[in-house]
Design a binder for this molecule. Sequence first.
Ligand code: SF4
Length: 190
Amino acid sequence: MLQPNNPELVQKIENFVTGEGATATKLFDASKMKLHSEVRDMCAADKCNQYGKNWQCPPAIGDLQEWEERLRDWPIGLLIQLCWDLDNESDIDAMMVGSEKMKSIINKVATRFREERDDYLPLTAGSCSLCKTCTYPNEPCRYPELAIPSLESIGLLVSDVCKLAGLPYNNGPLTITFSSAILFKGEITN
Ligand code: SF4
C-alpha cells in the first residue's frame, strides 16, 4: 500500500497537472525503480543534444550511486503523462510542441508548489527547461532550489517506470506519449 506522508499535496499536484492538460496520472511504488548505466550511455551519446549542457543532466547531475541513495527518500511516485496527437508518424513539429507542453506542466508544478518543494521531487521529460538557456558550465544554476532533473538524466528507463505504474509507454499510431514523474516521501506497506 502506498502511504505518502503528505497525501493532500499528492492530490493537489495530481489535480493541478490534470488541469494543466496531463492526459493520465497514476501513483506507483517508486521504491522499485532501477537506475541503468545504459541510460547514462545514451545521454553520453548526446542524441538529445543536452549532454554537458545543463546542470540537471550528466555529467553535472551526479553519478548513479549518488542518485540511488537519494531516491531512497522518495519511495512514492506519481507518473504523469501527456498523450499528444500527430498528423503523421514523422510529425516533428507536433512532437516538439508536445514535448514543450509536457515540460511546461512540470515547470508549472515547480513554481506553483515552490513552498512545498521539500515534500516532492519532480522528474521532467528531457532536461531542465526552467531557463531559456541553462547557465552550465560558466555560471551557477539560476534556480538551484527549483531546478528539475529528468527521468532519463538520473538513469531511469522511462518504459520501465511506465510499466511499474501500469500505464502504457505509448498509446498507438499517430500519437506520442511523454512521461514525467513527481516523487514523494512516504511508506510502502503490505
Ligand atoms: S534552473 Fe536554469 S540554470 Fe538551473 S539547471 Fe535548470 S535551466 Fe539550468
